[in-house]
Design a protein around this ligand. Structure first.
Ligand SMILES: C[S@@+](CC[C@H](N)C(=O)[O-])C[C@H]1O[C@@H](n2cnc3c(N)ncnc32)[C@H](O)[C@@H]1O
Length: 440
């Protein structure tokens, strides 16, 4: 076993990680320094959150060893990956409409900053919130997209410059094949783009158009595919001065890639572009709003005031993915605050023991995980399929129905926090005045 994995095991898990987990992490020393640092940071957060070695399942280790290396900016040439996933913001959409912090307006305006591409979640938000006028903004929204005959694709800006390429079906091996000779992949897609563009009939710059040849396809003005009567898209980024007078700004799965100073700049900018009484939500979640956490600010006078920090109950012991502990900077505010609150909850022995026992039962009843003979949690399925995700959501919902959200709220109240169960069933606290020091 390599020193790095041994060191992580000894330092953060008392040397008690299972042989299966150690095996799944064995490739870490061959990964980039960025990946190694991210994984060590995750281990530190797990320590603060009192996440034990026996709950570190083989599937969490597999995700850390195989999927996470493809998510760090270094794997994307320094870019923040534009990936999103249908269904991701289900609960966040409900929260936006139901939050008591926002003043109701007749036709609210919502800006989804860093909406990602394809912007599946923003399209879903527009369908779920038909009375809202929604704008999706992202610096990487493509103008052209070129698919090769296998369905892998590359995106281009309006000047025809390739921005990134991806495996059509998210697949680490296919992506690795494209990356193996990145220059050749860029040259191949660039050639394909020129060839297909030459075959595209002339037309308006803001009209969706498509041309196909020998199984390859070029789409021009790609975002035209996603526009709806209440939804428009534009290339843009945090700090954009062309937006304003908004009721809601949502920024999800973006700020985890930036340091705290940039987060503060984002909060200040959101304060400038929101109406009085408008809200800014920033945070992280994964599939089907699992592993959610977010801060909600409200514009009061000239400034934004933090009103709520909320998280879903499965953050207490993440079973589907290790996303709650993924961050790129040591001074990540939201991850730090989440780890501290979960650590407080898991330090309450009666609550933790009861929660863990019931979670184990539910995971077993849903045929997702079981304890092996040595007490380690083992994934009993193959792959993170939509069915697995659905069952994961069901487990979290059942924990809420059985009162674990309310009990977590009570533990936090006892620890001195102003806490409540929020309008979508997440544990919420008033974050006013809470300092979150950077990781040591
Ligand atoms: C992981 S995606 C998140 C997509 C979607 N919001 C979601 O929650 O699934 C992160 C997005 O942030 C965008 N991004 C990176 N830097 C940004 C910036 N300075 N301002 C706005 N968006 C940015 C990236 O282009 C990328 O599309």
């Amino acid at each position: 076993m390599d020193n790095l994995v041994e060191r992580l095991n000894k330092t953060y898990f008392d040397g008690r990680l299972s042989p299966t987990v150690l095996g799944a992490l064995a490739g870490l020393p061959q990964q980039s320094a960025e990946v190694q640092t991210v994984v060590e940071r995750m281990c530190k957060y797990m320590g603060i959150a009192r996440f034990g070695a026996s709950d570190f399942s083989d599937s969490l280790a597999f995700i850390i060893g195989t999927i996470f290396p493809g998510l760090v900016p270094g794997a994307w040439g320094g870019m923040v990956p534009p990936l999103t996933h249908p269904g991701r913001h289900e609960k966040i959409d409900t929260y936006i409409d139901d939050t008591p912090w926002r003043e109701a307006t007749a036709e609210p305006t919502l800006l989804d900053i860093g909406c990602g591409f394809p912007p599946a979640t923003t399209v879903e938000t527009a369908a779920r919130l038909p009375s809202y006028r929604i704008t999706g903004l992202d610096p990487l929204l493509p103008y052209y997209i070129v698919y090769d005959e296998q369905g892998d694709y590359a995106t281009f800006d309006q000047e025809g410059k390739l921005e990134y390429f991806q495996a059509g079906i998210p697949d680490a091996e296919r992506y690795a094949a494209l990356l193996q000779d990145a220059a050749a992949t860029v040259a191949r897609f660039t050639g394909l783009q020129r060839q297909l563009l030459a075959a595209l009939p002339a037309g308006d710059a803001e009209t969706l158009a498509t041309v196909e040849q020998d199984g390859a396809k070029l789409v021009k003005y790609v975002i035209g595919e996603y526009e709806r009567p209440n939804l428009t898209f534009r290339r843009g980024r945090i700090g954009d001065s062309a937006v304003g007078d908004l009721d809601v700004v949502r920024c999800f799965n973006v700020l985890m890639y930036f340091d705290r100073a940039f987060r503060q700049q984002t909060v200040d900018w959101a304060g400038d572009v929101l109406k009085l009484g408008g809200v800014f939500l920033c945070g992280v979640n994964w599939l089907h709003s699992l592993e959610s956490r977010y801060t909600v600010y409200r514009r009061e006078g000239e400034h934004l005031v933090a009103k709520e920090f909320a998280f879903s109950i499965e953050n207490l012991r993440p079973y589907v993915t290790p996303v709650p502990w993924y961050s790129i900077y040591d001074d990540d505010y939201d991850t730090g605050l989440l780890a501290r609150l979960v650590g407080t909850l898991r330090s309450d022995d009666p609550f933790r023991q009861d929660f863990d026992a019931r979670l184990d039962q539910l995971l077993a009843e849903h045929d997702l995980f079981a304890r092996d003979d040595t007490g380690y949690l083992r994934f009993t399925r193959e792959g993170l399929t939509p069915e697995v995700m659905g069952l994961g959501v069901e487990v979290a919902a059942q924990l809420d129905r059985e009162g674990y959200v309310e009990r977590a709220v009570a533990v936090l109240q006892q620890a001195g926090y102003t806490a409540w169960r929020n309008c979508v069933g997440h544990v919420a606290i008033d974050p006013t005045g809470i300092e979150v020091p950077p990781l040591a």
